[in-house]
Design a protein around this ligand. Structure first.
Ligand code: DOR
Ligand code: ZN
Ligand code: ZN
Length: 465
């Protein structure tokens, strides 16, 4: 068992065997006795999972097999690898905030085997070359899937629509102007028409640029008290309404990013009742915190859209519970320490999310009865996979062995200094949470493991944490 079997992986493999997960990361593996949660087959039962060569071989009770590697998953959730439709990896252009490598490490540590990277880099991901660049770079540095989202307009300037067909052919899984909205309704409509034609989803960041003015936090009493300009709910709501109507007009598949208001939820409900192809995501910070969490000039609480009121949070949770809101995405938005040390007014919008998402979902939603564990797997893996038409997000036999193992009972304090992400900008540092990722397995390879006293991330050429 100490002698790694040669699988022809040469030097890469040899370098990795030092790491505690190194030697077993490519072996035939049996996950014993976990609570298997697979929405595709509506499975919520104690079962074993067997995989080899990156493929799930079998999911059943009491599998007997002489697999070289056995993981005891007693008391753990065994889910299809988590999928985050919305992250910012900052490469190229802002490598001082995050790189594809560090972002992928953060994803692995957070239980994610697939992430979709937003195009607001420098240059923006608005060409076939840039899409290929992200894909190639990701393949070079990580075993998790980093899938590019392409810009809707050249340079995200809001004028000239990019070539959706070519971008999709080359691996873009969605188009988005995230960071802002396409403000010109004629351009937005034309983009949706073209997206419908090539069947690529449009990921919409809904924010009316004129209405937002100089706002930095939710509009209302609290903003007045803090002395900051506010961002009204209407800033989001008017674009959500417009984009749903444009989706109806064009037949586009519309996915609404980081919904934060109660009226967004109501409009998504109406859209679904009409049978439109509209989906929506909620971030952990928007279902966990309200504007009342902002008690000082701390830019770790500054994000776009902003933290709202309790009535909004309640509606978002209700929407996640009922399925009106389809999925949980992080909007992982790392920024450099010096940028977030600035005042609330001057700091950039955004917080990191990949390494706190599982714990916040368990603490705020599963433990409080908002989501069942099976629904958690649905909102964090199965449904995101459907939205980008991926065959992942399930533990069905024959599918890629993307698996996340979580200890739902492990209670601990979030420590941002332990983040694998370069971005330590989180409002959750010091928060006591429940739910810890124990293994992240991507394509049959263990990319992350945690045991008390030994935490290990394995990407491709840096074997040790
Ligand atoms: O808070 C945010 N940060 N919202 C966005 O829409 C963009 C993101 C970023 O890129 O930092
Ligand atoms: Zn956004
Ligand atoms: Zn974003």
């Amino acid at each position: 068992r100490d002698q790694p079997r040669s699988r022809g992986l040469g030097d890469v493999y040899k370098r990795q065997i030092d790491c505690c997960v190194g030697k077993e990361r490519i072996m035939k593996t049996l996950i014993k006795g976990g609570r298997v949660l697979d929405p595709a087959s509506k499975t919520d039962a104690v079962k074993d999972v067997l995989f080899e060569d990156g493929v799930i071989l079998k999911v059943a009770e009491n599998i007997t097999d002489d697999a070289e590697n056995v993981i005891d998953a007693d008391g753990m959730f065994v889910m299809p690898g988590l999928i985050d439709l919305h992250v910012h990896f900052r490469e190229p252009g802002f490598e001082h905030k995050e790189t594809i490598r560090t972002g992928a490490r953060a994803a692995a540590r957070g239980g994610f085997t697939t992430v979709c990277a937003m195009p607001n880099t420098k240059p923006a991901i608005d060409s076939v070359e840039m899409v290929r660049y992200i894909i190639d770079k990701a393949k070079e540095v990580t075993d998790i899937n980093v899938l590019p989202i392409a810009a809707i307009t050249a340079g995200q300037d809001g004028e000239y629509i990019t070539d959706f067909e070519k971008l999709k052919e080359n691996g873009a899984v969605a188009v988005s102007e995230d960071g802002k909205s396409v403000m010109n309704a004629r351009v937005a409509r034309q983009a949706m028409r073209l997206a419908a034609e090539v069947d690529i989803p449009v990921f919409a960041h809904c924010e009316d640029k004129n209405l937002v003015a100089r706002g930095v936090m939710n509009a209302g009493e609290k903003a007045k008290e803090m002395g900051f300009y506010g961002i009204m709910n209407a800033v989001e709501d008017v674009i959500v309404a417009r984009d749903i109507l444009l989706a109806k007009n064009t037949g586009a598949r519309l996915h609404l990013c980081h919904c934060s208001t109660k009226d967004s939820v109501r409009m998504v409900e109406l859209a679904k009742k009409e049978g439109l192809q509209v989906t929506a995501e909620v971030t952990p910070h928007h279902f966990t915190l309200t504007e009342d969490a902002i008690t000082s000039d701390d830019a770790n609480f500054k994000m776009n859209p902003p933290l709202r009121k309790q009535e909004d949070v309640d509606e978002l949770k209700e929407g996640l519970s009922s399925g009106i809101m389809d999925c949980i995405s992080t909007d992982h938005a790392p920024h450099h320490k010096t940028e977030k040390e600035r005042s609330f007014v001057d700091a950039p919008f955004g917080i990191t999310g990949l390494e706190t998402s599982v714990a916040l979902t368990i603490t705020e939603l599963v433990d409080k009865g908002v989501l069942t564990p099976l629904q958690m797997a649905e909102r964090m893996s199965y449904t995101p996979a459907q939205i980008i038409k991926s065959d992942r997000g399930t533990l069905l036999e024959g599918r890629p062995a993307d698996i996340t193992i979580i200890d739902p009972a492990d209670e601990y304090v979030i420590d941002s200094s332990m983040f694998a992400s370069m971005g330590k900008n989180t409002p959750f540092n010091g928060k006591t949470v429940k739910g810890r990722v124990r293994y992240t397995i991507a394509g049959g390879k263990t990319v992350y493991s945690y045991r008390p006293g030994c935490e290990c991330i394995v990407d491709k050429d840096v074997p040790k944490l």
